[in-house]
Design a protein around this ligand. Structure first.
Ligand code: BG6
Length: 512
């Protein structure tokens, strides 16, 4: 095993002191799409934060590749600006100067062979001057339509081929296609140039601390797992609500919509982690196998008109401000039928979950920003109280709050103080903020570090991507033909059709 690579086998059982931070070895990252929003707001700040926290080696280089006519210094200034604005750790002049020494920029278009020749020279110069050891990661923060060109150029220039003692990795940002067929085509393109184990598909939800805590919560504790099944659980609700609209992302979002944007990846990943069986180890292969079994066991509602809902926000008030409707947003065509809200009821046909509906909902311009997984329990089979004693009693629930206010809440019935026997719902809270002194790292920090360390467990493999599209494709087709999005006012909790969908099952959405 090379130094600094992730240990194979069960990471919980290796002999390394787990309190020591994980640090990347010598390497460089080549970033395509470096002037995009994601790079500016998340990726470059995450690289700086890793460096500032001492998790990148001095032998580190970062090469931006793009059309701008920039010198290395221009790129460094651009990075500095983005870091000062968006990094989570305080700006440290000395740390930035150290990082700056390894920053390079190559000007070119994605089909510009000469620019890729220059790129080859630059990464090898970094190998010599910074000692990056011939280890290169290529970060494709670009639209999938640009993948074929970049992949071809990387292959043609030989940049994709490692020597015997070095590695190559490629990082791909979503969307991984817009349906099953295009996801396969995309993968074929990338796999012609990189080996499956060199491909890291980013789903930034898997880098979130609370999402990883779901595994600890379920499998490191004795008290939850026995009641984590159809015998006790009535249903599961997974919510990803955003209060923002589409902002300046019309070009990306229109024609994509909520289901492709966040359900195909983030929400189905959350479902898989919530419903999966315990893996034998937290090895990439074991973890992925268990998630894939869940996705393969997912069944759609028989009647998609009743078991799904689709919405589009119209203008309204949010946070004291008047906001535009989706159709009035810049760059959106006034007759767009792209959804900004989606709700889907799914079954997971396994022994553990048969008969338990999983309700997924996601949307923009909803009541507030919150992502949570709620396990809602059945009522007790018999209540030895008078009806009037328990009028305020709901269902027990375990709620994993992914963000914000990361933590876990348990909701259960408790006696109201007094001589009477009145039972009412109460909450018991665990909050990261008040329990741990360390702040959770940003998801991208964790994921970039894992790429550089060669640790794949938090990256979905192609099979998961394909299984997710298999779930979504029939819904998207049905929506296209039969279900235009229903309007909902900004700042509310989605269209009436989403509430009707729950009401038909005698349930209601949680108000997070
Ligand atoms: C991205 C989606 O994957 O996740 C965006 O493309 C969405 O539309 C974003 O806003 C939300 O991420 P987070 O981490 O803020 O929940």
């Amino acid at each position: 095993m090379r130094q600094n690579e992730a240990a194979p086998g069960n990471p919980l059982r290796d002999s390394r002191d787990r309190r020591l931070p994980l640090i990347a070895g010598p390497c460089s990252v080549v970033m395509f799409g470096v002037t995009g929003d994601l790079a500016r707001k998340k990726l470059l700040p995450a690289i700086y934060d890793l460096h500032n926290r001492g998790l990148l080696p001095p032998a580190f280089g970062l090469v931006g590749f793009g059309r701008r006519d920039w010198s290395h210094d221009d790129f460094a200034d651009y990075m500095r600006e983005s870091v000062e604005k968006y990094a989570r750790t305080p700006f440290n002049e000395h740390a930035f100067e150290q990082l700056r020494g390894g920053l390079r920029f190559v000007t070119g278009a994605f089909d510009d062979t000469e620019a890729f020749e220059e790129l080859t020279r630059v990464v090898s110069e970094l190998d010599d001057s910074r000692g990056t050891g011939g280890n290169h990661a290529f970060y494709l923060s670009i639209p999938p339509s640009a993948f074929p060109q970049v992949a071809e150029q990387l292959a043609q220039s030989g940049l994709n081929t490692p020597s015997e003692h070095s590695w190559r990795r490629v990082v791909i940002e979503k969307p991984f296609g817009h349906d099953l067929e295009s996801a396969r085509e995309l993968n074929d393109i990338v796999e012609k140039v990189f080996k499956p184990e060199e491909i890291f598909r980013i789903d930034h939800y898997l880098g979130k601390e609370t999402v990883q805590n779901l595994l600890a919560f379920r499998f490191a504790n004795q008290m939850f797992e026995p009641v984590w099944n159809s015998r006790y659980v009535d249903h599961v609700q997974i919510t990803m609500a955003e209060d923002i609209g589409i902002g300046t992302r019309a070009g990306y979002y229109d024609g994509i919509g909520t289901a492709r944007d966040v359900i195909q990846n983030h929400l189905l990943q959350l479902l898989a982690l919530t419903a999966m069986e315990e893996p034998i180890t937290f090895d990439a292969a074991e973890l992925r196998n268990e998630k894939e079994k869940v996705l393969a066991a997912v069944e759609l509602p028989e009647d998609l008109a009743e078991g799904t809902a689709r919405g589009q926000y119209v203008g309204g008030w949010q946070g004291g401000e008047q906001v535009n409707g989706y159709l009035e947003e810049n760059g959106i065509s006034p007759d767009s039928t792209t959804e900004t809200f989606a709700a889907i009821k799914l079954k997971v046909n396994t022994r553990r979950w048969a008969g338990v509906p999983f309700y997924l909902r996601a949307g923009k311009r909803l009541g507030r920003r919150v992502t949570e997984i709620a396990i809602v329990y059945k009522q007790v089979p018999f209540l030895p109280f008078r009806d009037t004693d328990t009028v305020d009693l709901g269902q027990n629930a375990v709620v994993i709050r992914v963000q914000p206010d990361e933590g876990v809440t348990m909701r259960f019935g408790s006696k109201v103080p007094g001589t009477q026997m009145e039972v009412r719902d109460v909450n018991m809270d665990f909050a990261y903020g008040s329990t741990f002194t360390e702040e959770s790292p940003e998801a991208y920090e964790r994921l970039i570090l894992d790429v550089l360390r060669g640790a794949p467990p938090l990256f979905p493999r192609q099979k998961e991507v394909e299984l997710s599209w298999k779930i979504l494709d029939p819904i998207l087709e049905f929506w296209d033909e039969h279900m235009p999005p229903a309007p909902y006012r900004s700042g509310t909790w989605g269209p009436q059709t989403a509430h009707d969908m729950m009401a038909r099952d005698g349930r209601t959405w949680r108000r997070p």
